[in-house]
Design a protein around this ligand. Structure first.
Ligand SMILES: Cc1cc2nc3c(=O)[nH]c(=O)nc-3n(C[C@H](O)[C@H](O)[C@H](O)COP(=O)(O)OP(=O)(O)OC[C@H]3O[C@@H](n4cnc5c(N)ncnc54)[C@H](O)[C@@H]3O)c2cc1C
Length: 377
């Protein structure tokens, strides 16, 4: 077993770290306070090949694999988690198209998405509960060469900034996924939710009222839409959330360690106080464990395992890394004393972002349901 990264992965980490430190860190607070979608940063990330990092070169992607994606999201999220979160959610639809889309769909949608010229949201969650897709009420009825969609989705990331939305529907116990183009008559964004974290990622509610969607926009085999959606959410959403969590934890750890080494009390460094050291030990050990879990799940995907075959490992990574991000951010606030909640250190910004990871891409309890079901099968 070799734990070292390949030269290619090391180079990618260095490149993304330089980008994050030079271009994201200096304006992360301002972007957060403005609460506007970071179009410019998405475009830059796309230019570096990060948006379509797992997509095929044939469709404009970088074809670097899942471990590369995890490393890239981790580095971005150390500085500015909302961009990491975009790389998480924004790629779910891209994955669904790449694995289940038709050749025409891949050619039409993937190249502009990989370039960051267009943006795609993914909509599963409804008021009936994100954890229970079987209760969803969005319907799609066949009508000639089209489907008529009716329903309402909520908690959907960056719909207002998107050009296209992958919508999951359920009719007569059959699920289907459709690419819905914004501007289609009957598509209407009804609300922007106010969330405490990831403030530059708008979260929207939208309605579909007799939306006529061409049959050519059906993604995957008719009736197989739940599998298509859940694979995308597991492989890109949960793996992405784990990577954002890892980045937040690492970013906070670096702040805590620097502060503890520099701050003097009783004539010595705060880092020499055992209570502080023990927190730093717990943080660094947790990060090591989260990284191993996340990288292992990514390697399984790179070795060809699918969402079902790597489902337990993916869920473990999401569960552990997202809990860790919250724990580390809170411990960092404590280590910094009164400085912990000042904007200067930007720890509370990261703590707020970490909170959003708990429900996103499936709650922590749902991760336990996945793992529990798997290990007791
Ligand atoms: C920032 C953010 C961005 C998001 N972006 C998107 C997006 O782009 N697209 C999208 O479709 N959705 C998105 N979501 C929604 C997210 O996927 C849901 O919030 C999540 O799936 C949980 O659904 P819910 O909020 O309806 O909670 P519920 O499903 O109502 O859950 C309520 C509680 O019950 C628990 N619970 C549910 N089932 C079980 C069970 N079987 N066993 C034990 N406990 C259980 C849950 O863990 C939770 O504690 C986003 C959410 C956030 C916060």
């Amino acid at each position: 077993m070799d734990f070292s990264l390949s030269k290619q992965h090391e180079m990618l980490r260095n490149m993304v770290s330089e980008f994050a430190q030079a271009e994201l860190s200096p304006k992360a607070l301002e972007l957060d306070e403005k609460g506007k979608f970071p179009f410019g940063e998405v475009k830059r990330a796309a230019g570096l090949g990060l948006v379509g990092i797992v997509n095929s070169k044939k469709y404009g992607g970088a074809e670097m694999g899942h471990l590369a994606r995890v490393i890239a999201i981790e580095e971005v999220s150390k500085a500015y988690p909302p961009l990491g979160f975009f790389l998480q959610v924004g790629s779910i639809g891209m994955y669904m198209l790449e694995t289940d889309g038709t050749e025409d769909q891949k050619k039409k949608y993937l190249p502009p998405l990989c370039k960051g010229e267009k943006i795609m949201a993914t909509a599963l969650t409804e008021a009936s509960g994100g954890s229970d897709p079987s209760a969803m009420q969005t319907t799609a009825k066949a009508d000639g060469d089209a489907y008529i969609l009716n329903g309402r989705k909520l908690f959907i990331s960056f719909v207002e900034a998107s050009d296209w939305v992958c919508v999951t529907s359920k009719t007569d116990d059959k699920f289907n996924v459709f690419i819905v183009e914004k501007g289609t008559p009957g598509f209407e964004i009804s609300r922007r939710d106010k969330h405490e974290g990831l403030r530059s990622i708008p979260v929207n509610e939208f309605a579909l009222t007799n939306c006529r969607i061409p049959k050519a926009n059906l993604v995957g085999q008719e009736g197989k839409g739940l599998g298509v959606t859940m694979s995308g959410i597991a492989v890109m959403g949960r793996m992405g959330a784990a990577s954002v969590g890892l980045g937040i934890a690492q970013g906070c750890y670096e702040i805590a360690l620097k502060f503890a080494k520099e701050r003097k009390l009783y004539g010595k460094r705060v880092a020499d106080l055992q209570a502080i050291q023990f927190m730093l030990v717990d943080i660094s050990t947790g990060i090591e464990a989260a990284r191993l879990l996340t990288y292992k799940a990514a390697c399984l995907l790179d070795q060809g395992k699918n969402a079902r075959e790597a489902g337990i490992e993916i869920a473990r990574a999401k569960l552990y890394a997202c809990d860790l991000a919250n724990d580390v951010a809170l411990k960092t606030v404590r280590i910094l004393g009164g400085a912990g909640t000042t904007p200067e250190y930007q720890v509370t910004r990261r703590l707020r972002d970490a909170l959003e990871l708990l429900p996103a891409a499936g709650t922590q309890e749902i991760m336990k349901v996945v793992i529990g079901g798997g290990i007791t099968r």
